[in-house]
Design a protein around this ligand. Structure first.
Ligand code: CMP
Length: 138
């Protein structure tokens, strides 16, 4: 069993895709063991994406992530990190495979509907960024 951090991003929340995205996780063996709705400040978004602080898109990305409510959740399952990334598809929805979350629900490369941890190390940091141990129910 592995855990990963997913975020339903502000574009997908605003566009009414919460239920459809959660359905993809639940029907593909990923169990939601923690979830909340939050409205990040710019500072909180910068802290979450600190690894990208030198990228040209950092300012725009953190503006977007603090532009409306988002839903972080912890997903649990076999190979949860890879499984979630497979369900999400490529960063740019134009390059994402058919049937993936980003292909079906994302707006563009930045407003791309969902985030998912890319390694066990980032999953540990990202889960801890939003949830304490009492909020994660196995
Ligand atoms: P995510 O998986 O959350 O990780 C970093 C985010 O930065 C990514 O999804 C996109 O939202 C955004 N991103 C990555 N590359 C670009 C880019 N070239 N232009 C704009 N936004 C990007």
């Amino acid at each position: 069993m592995e855990r990963t951090l997913s975020i339903i991003k502000p574009d997908a929340v605003a566009n009414g895709h919460i239920g459809n995205i959660i359905k993809r996780f639940e029907s593909n063996g990923l169990k939601i063991v923690a979830m909340k709705m939050i409205f990040m400040t710019k500072n909180e978004a910068q802290g979450f994406y600190a690894v990208h602080k030198d990228r040209p898109f950092f300012d725009s990305l953190t503006d977007f992530m603090s532009s409306g409510p988002a839903i972080p959740m912890v997903l649990e399952g076999g190979n949860a990190i890879a499984k979630n990334r497979e369900l999400m598809g490529a960063t740019d929805p134009k390059e994402a495979a058919e049937g993936t979350i980003r292909r079906d629900f994302a707006v563009d490369k930045e407003k791309n509907a969902v985030h998912g941890s890319d390694s066990p190390e980032s999953a540990a940091f990202e889960i801890g960024y939003f949830f304490n141990s009492l909020e994660i129910l196995g």
